[in-house]
Ligand binder design. Structure first.
Ligand code: C2E
Ligand code: MG
Ligand code: MG
Length: 408
């Protein structure tokens, strides 16, 4: 390269330069005749640019200033600064457009750390170290994002993503009244990944429809092949807000399920209550839910009580089911304020003619208290954890269908 012609560069420096486009070294050269900080980087035309700073200049500059002065030393538009937590830290600046190799800004603030750093530490090594650490970490974060992205894409292709099912139980007679589909990512490299992590990622990447397709297909397949097991049972499916607001998604559901009303009647769409729905979005939501209801699908509010607009949300549209979030169950028995809350939720459900499912029940005493309050439909680890499709089918084959209890 042109850099190679201007003066001799160590191979390690050249390698770093070609890898990163920039490198810092602390070495002696004919140009300066003393050890100096060399900053080298490749310009856009791949021509080399270099800056040579004998450290005594930096030192002199900083030593001259008095105590109570605070410095920012910037290396390639990255700031080495004193942090608020009083440790020496590195801030990576987002804007990389300007490449000023090294800058020092003075503020009136205690300059203790920088002063210490300049007078006591082999500056070239430190600067070089910091620059490479920053660069490596920056690159790694980019790489891991990209990896997660393609990993999710591949997971869909490779069949690593699978619908699990958690039974919902009537605590009075222990019959299984339905189940909720909960998607699982069994990553070959990472193990099980929670939907709480990859669903938001899928939304960002526009893959949430692919996941919904997979989940729906799994449920429809199960309903089609085992009609006798689902005569009295439903499958609940989580639909994210971004999907239910999109008319393409809703039309596709209508298109697929309108000709199969016996399937549609077995499906429940779970939608979380949202604080952030705009007036316009509420209107769209209402229209979409009405269209979906018309073909026999039921709609549930998920995580009821955790969004702030609970009451307003159910006023907008009559839901068929509310699912009470597990935060209302966790400390049931020890926290007496939960009882009146649950009672009022029960009252709301009754007056809107909605059935209720309580989520996250893990202990027998919770089941007992809930039964006393009139909550019988329970979803929780106390009865069952989410399980693969085949395990659910086996379980349903063994469980009697209680003809006497209502569909709700
Ligand atoms: P969710 O719809 O509220 O689902 C209930 C969550 O509570 C599930 O977590 C379930 O495994 C967990 N759970 C059930 N019983 C208990 C219990 O007794 N104790 C405790 N501690 N947890 C219990 P999971 O499977 O990790 O799913 C988390 C969330 O991810 C779901 O919350 C849902 O919002 C979302 N999700 C899951 N599958 C899908 C999907 O296919 N599509 C979309 N859009 N979201 C999904
Ligand atoms: Mg749910
Ligand atoms: Mg929930």
């Amino acid at each position: 390269s042109d850099l190679g012609n201007s003066f001799y560069l160590y191979k390690t420096i050249m390698d770093r330069l070609h890898e990163n486009g920039v490198t810092l070294s602390y070495t002696k050269s004919k140009m300066t005749d003393e050890r100096s900080v060399f900053l080298m980087f490749l310009g856009e035309s791949k021509h080399g640019v270099s800056v040579v700073i004998p450290p005594r200049y930096i030192q002199r500059l900083l030593e001259r200033s008095e105590d109570g002065v605070f410095y920012d030393v910037e290396v390639i538009s990255r700031k080495i600064a004193e942090r608020s937590d009083d440790s020496l830290g590195i801030d990576v600046f987002a804007q990389e457009s300007k490449y000023y190799p090294l800058g020092i800004k003075l503020h009136t603030y205690t300059g203790y750390y920088i002063h210490y750093f300049v007078t006591n530490i082999w500056i070239g090594l430190l600067l070089g170290g910091i620059v490479s650490v920053v660069r490596v970490r920056y690159r790694q974060s980019k790489v891991s994002d990209a990896t997660l992205e393609s990993a999710l894409q591949n997971a869909l292709i490779d069949g690593e993503i699978e619908a699990y099912y958690q039974p919902i139980v009537n605590s009075q007679d222990r019959t299984i009244v339905g189940c909720e589909s909960l998607v699982r990512w069994k990553s070959a490299s990472q193990g099980m990944i929670s939907p709480g992590i990859f669903i938001p990622l899928a939304e960002e990447l526009g893959l949430v429809d692919d996941i919904a397709d997979l989940v729906l297909a799994s449920a429809i397949d199960m309903l089609t092949k085992n009609p006798e097991l689902f005569e009295q049972r439903y499958i609940s499916i989580n639909i994210s807000r971004s999907q239910i607001l999109r008319k393409e998604f809703v039309y596709r559901i209508l298109h697929d399920l309108k000709p199969q009303p016996h399937i549609a009647r077995k499906l429940v769409f779970e939608i979380t209550e949202e604080i952030n729905f705009s007036t316009e979005e509420r209107q769209i939501l209402r229209e979409h839910l009405e269209q979906i209801s018309k073909i026999g699908l039921r709609v549930a509010i998920d995580d009821f009580g955790t969004g702030y607009s609970g009451l307003d949300f159910i006023r907008q549209y009559t839901f068929d089911v509310i699912k009470i979030d597990r935060v209302f169950v966790n400390s049931l028995g020890s926290d007496s304020t939960l009882i009146p809350l649950l009672q009022s939720m029960k009252g709301i459900a009754n007056s809107f003619n909605m059935s209720v499912i309580v989520e996250g029940v893990e202990e027998e005493r919770q089941v007992k208290i809930l039964a006393e309050l009139g909550f019988n439909h329970i979803q929780g680890f106390y009865y069952f954890k989410p399980m693969p499709k085949q395990a659910l089918l086996t379980l349903l084959c063994q469980s009697p269908l209680n003809e006497s209890h209502s569909k709700k």
